[in-house]
Design a protein around this ligand. Structure first.
Ligand SMILES: NC(=O)c1ccc[n+]([C@@H]2O[C@H](COP(=O)([O-])OP(=O)(O)OC[C@H]3O[C@@H](n4cnc5c(N)ncnc54)[C@H](O)[C@@H]3O)[C@@H](O)[C@H]2O)c1
Ligand SMILES: OC[C@@H](O)C(O)[C@H](O)CO
Length: 481
């Protein structure tokens, strides 16, 4: 079903970071440019962590300039005006709640990073996270936690208000890199509402919302001052909210919408019954490989992803991880993959290798404690279940452990951000008599695999290879780590 009324319908986005503005807003812009203005975007942040960008966007009525760069280095500038309302942050989230309760809002989408979901491998909420526990306690009292609201607390408050206002059904559309992102965030939300003790809301959400899974793709680096300079030179507009992304873009969504959707299929969005094959290809061949290159590149002193991608040894590690250990579990005689995964790998490596994107190891290396369980552990689990070797895939956690050890010694050249990491636990892993055993025993990282002797053995061997690679690397020779 697509919308047909003349009144614009609204997709409310929670998490007005770079990616939303370089991806979902671009598809909406394409609809507007084609004369289809039946849907508009409104958006704001759950946390008050981007106040300057939000203020800049508000002053510009939601407009900003996007620079995209092709594999050949050609740059294109586009003015994006699809975000019609930039909702300022307030501790009670009253702006987001009012927009979310409005019957014109038919989709609530979100990007809150991989670390914003607090789920273990069995899709249970991990109440060990202080932010989550505080937000559940606040939701019991009827509001989101003012200091550290989570996606679940924000959605609970919004959907409560929507239910009270008889705002009607709504789709909850996850746009984060999370395996089964719709199913998993829905599981987290329902557990959160249950823990908050709101049985009426739980029944309402089950009956009046849907949560399609979606795969999202466009490399969108953190904007740097040079982007603003290039935008000014190319367009004459001085835009403090300008940002850049690669020219590649993809969005694949399961077509399960509770109250209509934009005619996205007319602007290149792939509407499908199941996103599984696309999602597995993206998360394992792109995101895990990206992390591999970022951790390895950092260890030897590269700054950018394209540098690591063109480093022969790092490239080979990434290539082997995909070719030897990952493609064989995604494309099997029993379950043939509809995507040509070897081609996908080659395209991904070509995208990573584009120097004009200048994406940093810092951005891609972040959140390892969410990415190991989400992007890497499933391949290890599946291979071990089939009695297959894990030498190539084990290199990725070994790289992360080596990276953590350097972080522990204060040797990472930038700030490492990881919302899912407990620094006390991470330091203890590095200080343990046997750091490999301590790392492989960590429950949040490995779930049921924690302590598995085959995992420990493979990571130990892989760490030795990582250490030799770092010691022998031309950029590192003679440098104390
Ligand atoms: N940047 C990319 O290349 C890219 C591509 C595909 C998908 N994504 C997805 O989008 C996410 C965001 O990327 P970005 O480039 O917009 O990053 P960003 O740093 O520009 O924005 C992060 C957004 O997440 C919000 N946020 C962070 N932690 C939160 C928490 N615990 N609870 C609630 N909100 C929280 C912030 O307020 C902000 O709006 C990624 O983590 C990824 O899952 C990004
Ligand atoms: O691997 C890091 C991600 O943010 C990546 O840039 C994105 O998923 C590409 O679509």
């Amino acid at each position: 079903m697509t919308a047909s009324s003349d009144t614009p319908l609204v997709m409310l986005h929670l998490g007005l970071g770079s990616f939303h503005r370089a991806h979902q807003a671009v598809y909406q812009q394409a609809l507007h440019d084609a004369g289809d203005a039946r849907w508009v975007l409104a958006g704001g942040n759950i946390r008050n962590d981007m106040a300057e960008t939000v203020a800049t966007l508000q002053a510009a009525g939601g407009a900003y300039t996007l620079e995209t760069v092709s594999p050949e280095g050609e740059r294109v500038y586009q003015r994006i005006t699809a975000i019609r309302e930039v909702i300022g942050h307030d501790a009670a989230l009253s702006g987001l709640i009012a927009w979310g309760a409005d019957p014109a809002t038919r989709i609530i989408s979100f990007t809150v990073t991989e670390a914003g979901y607090y789920l273990d491998a069995k899709n249970r909420l991990d109440l060990g996270f202080a932010d989550l526990a505080a937000d559940i306690a606040a939701a019991r009292a009827g509001h989101p936690h003012p200091a550290t609201p989570t996606l679940y607390g924000a959605l609970t408050a919004i959907l409560r208000a929507r239910m009270a206002a008889a705002g009607g059904p709504v789709t909850l559309l996850n746009c984060d890199n999370l395996r089964h992102n719709g199913d998993r965030s829905r599981a987290g939300l329902l557990q959160f509402i249950e823990a908050a003790g709101d049985a009426d809301l739980l029944a309402w959400v089950q009956a009046h919302t849907s949560s399609p899974n979606a795969m999202v793709d466009r490399i969108t680096p953190r904007p740097v001052p040079a982007v603003r300079e290039r935008v000014r030179a190319a367009t004459g507009i001085d835009d403090a909210a300008a940002l850049m992304g690669e020219s590649f873009i993809q969005w694949v969504i399961e077509d399960r919408f509770a109250a209509g959707r934009p005619a996205w299929e007319t602007v290149g969005v792939q509407m499908v019954d199941s996103v599984d094959a696309y999602e597995e290809a993206k998360i394992r061949l792109l995101n895990a490989t990206h992390s591999c290159i970022a951790w390895a590149g950092t260890l030897v002193g590269h700054t950018y992803i394209h540098e690591g991608t063109h480093d022969p040894v790092i490239r080979q590690m990434a290539y082997d991880y995909v070719t030897c250990d990952t493609i064989p579990v995604l494309d099997t005689p029993e379950r043939p993959c509809p995507i040509n995964l070897a081609d996908y790998r080659d395209v991904v490596l070509a995208r990573f290798g584009n120097p004009a994107i200048a994406d940093t190891n810092q951005r891609v290396a972040m959140d390892g404690f969410s990415k190991i369980p989400g992007f890497i552990a499933p391949t290890i689990r599946e291979r071990l279940a089939r009695d297959e070797g894990i030498a190539s895939v084990a290199l990725l956690p070994a790289l992360f452990l080596a990276y953590l050890q350097v972080w522990h010694r204060g040797g990472i050249a930038y700030t490492y951000q990881d919302q899912a990491m407990d620094p006390v636990v991470a330091h203890a892993i590095c200080e343990a008599a046997d750091p490999v055993a301590a790392f492989c025993a960590d429950g949040p990282l490995w779930g049921a695999l924690a302590g598995d002797a085959r995992l420990v053995r493979a990571v130990r061997d892989a760490l030795a290879r990582v250490q030799s690679f770092v010691a022998a690397h031309p950029l590192r020779r003679g440098v104390a780590g």
